[in-house]
Each structure stands twice: as structure tokens, then as C-alpha cells.
Design a protein around this ligand. Structure first.
Ligand SMILES: Cc1cc2nc3c(=O)[nH]c(=O)nc-3n(C[C@H](O)[C@H](O)[C@H](O)COP(=O)(O)OP(=O)(O)OC[C@H]3O[C@@H](n4cnc5c(N)ncnc54)[C@H](O)[C@@H]3O)c2cc1C
Length: 209
């Protein structure tokens, strides 16, 4: 895709944040903002000494994952499923914790959860639904039942991996809008979803311009 774009005359500027002055220096008549999203802040404290990663670290291959992993899904969608299945062959113990009534509720309407549950069972992933994290400490995880409100202390994990909902990065888009520049938005900066939406919306905006 990159080489195709180059051959069509697209110029790329890497390693430089785009802002209003960059847009002005390009004399751009219209801008498509595709600034993506960033992980939201964690809703529970993680004390120093806890081996803690987020799903983006796993995707990038940064950070060392221990042999016994507790994965906390704060989103309920596909990202936690992908992260869990990616980890399953590399670790000896993997538990999947969620504050929801059931694991991965976003996969229920499409029926995808059936395949995922089967695969999780075959790969030895243990589900722990209906648990909210209160605090992560080096001696374990303090949790409370989402409905029972009964506290528990989970132990025996080397690494805590969290899947946190992304927050759209809209600053660039909003700055340009305020400045009266013709600006369109595509992808996760509109609302975090998937690659397909980013590509489709970028294409539609490009065709309209
Ligand atoms: C762990 C994980 C797993 C996922 N799995 C899937 C999956 O299986 N299938 C799927 O469809 N989607 C998946 N997604 C979601 C998918 O990655 C996103 O929906 C998609 O990358 C959104 O594309 P985007 O171009 O909108 O934003 P991004 O891919 O986030 O790209 C935005 C880019 O803009 C840059 N940027 C931001 N501000 C500026 C600025 N001012 N100047 C210059 N550059 C800037 C950022 O650094 C970033 O490189 C996953 C996401 C994660 C985190």
C-alpha cells in the first residue's frame, strides 16, 4: 500500500507531529485527520513492583511476559480475545478476568463468542467473570465481586496484562476545526473500532474532497 501511494505521488513526512503550522506550511486546502486513539487511564491503582503490561505492549512485543498471566479485560470486545489467544501458547497459566456478567459480551450478538469460548477451553484459558479489580499489589490482586460485592485476593501470577478501552485523540481535528480549516476525520479518532473503519472512512473523505 505504501509503495502504491508513493507511485501515485503521495508524499510522506515521518517522525514529525502534524499541527496547525504544519498544515499551513503545506498550504493544504483540506485535511483528513487520522490521529487514532490512546489507551484510557486505568480505573484501579497498580503498586510499584507489579509486573504490569497493557495489550498494546503485547502487540508491539515490548515488555517481558511471565509464565503465569492474569489478563484483565476492561473492554469486553475482540482485543482481549486476540491478546489472550496470542499469549496462550507462550505461558503455562492464563486466566481471563472481566467485571462483566460474562466474558467478551460484545461477541455475543454475532455468535462469535461460541468459537472463542471453545478455543479458550481447548487452550486451557480459565475464565473469571464478575470480578472488579480494586488494587494490584506485588503480593496479588485485590478484587471484589461485581454483583456479590465479596472481596477476594488472587495470587500466583507473574504478570498482569490489562486491555483498556481506547480514548480517541481528537486534539488535532478540533484545533483545525476551530481555526476554520476544512477538516475530516477518519478511523479511531472518530470512535475506536477496527482497521476496516479507518480505511473506509479515509477513502470516503478522500473521495469527497
Ligand atoms: C491490541 C490491539 C489489537 C487490535 N486488533 C485489531 C484487530 O484484530 N482487527 C482490527 O480491525 N482492529 C484491531 N485493532 C484496532 C486497530 O488497530 C485500529 O482500529 C486502527 O489501527 C485504527 O487506525 P487509525 O489509522 O485510525 O489509527 P492508528 O492506527 O492509531 O494510527 C494513528 C497514527 O497517528 C499518529 N498521530 C497521532 N497524532 C498525530 C499528530 N498530531 N501528528 C502526526 N501523527 C499523529 C499516531 O502516532 C499513530 O501512528 C487493535 C488495536 C489494538 C490496540
Amino acid at each position: 500500500m505504501y509503495h502504491r501511494a508513493l507511485s501515485l505521488g503521495v508524499r510522506f513526512h515521518f517522525g514529525r507531529p502534524a499541527d496547525q503550522s504544519a498544515v499551513a506550511s503545506e498550504s493544504a486546502e483540506a485535511v483528513i485527520a487520522a490521529t487514532g486513539s490512546l489507551p484510557s487511564p486505568l480505573p484501579f491503582p497498580v503498586e510499584p513492583g507489579v509486573d504490569f503490561l497493557i495489550s498494546e505492549d503485547i502487540l508491539e512485543g515490548s515488555g517481558t511476559v511471565g509464565r503465569r498471566v492474569l489478563l484483565v479485560d476492561l473492554e469486553g470486545g475482540r482485543r482481549a480475545v486476540g491478546t489472550a489467544l496470542g499469549l496462550a501458547g507462550r505461558v503455562v497459566k492464563l486466566e481471563f478476568l472481566s467485571p462483566e456478567l460474562l466474558i467478551s459480551p460484545e461477541l455475543v450478538p454475532s455468535g462469535e463468542f461460541v468459537h472463542w469460548y471453545r478455543e479458550a477451553y481447548q487452550k486451557g484459558i480459565v475464565f473469571r467473570p464478575q470480578l472488579e479489580i480494586v488494587r494490584a499489589t506485588p503480593s496479588g490482586l485485590e478484587v471484589i465481586g461485581s454483583y456479590s460485592r465479596k472481596p477476594e485476593h488472587l495470587k500466583g501470577f507473574d504478570t498482569l496484562v490489562a486491555v483498556v478501552p481506547p480514548t480517541p485523540c481528537r486534539g488535532f481535528y478540533e484545533d483545525l476545526q476551530r481555526a476554520g480549516v476544512e477538516v475530516w476525520a477518519a478511523g479511531d479518532c472518530v470512535a475506536p473500532r477496527g482497521l476496516g473503519s479507518a480505511i473506509r472512512e479515509g477513502r470516503i473523505a478522500g473521495l469527497k474532497i
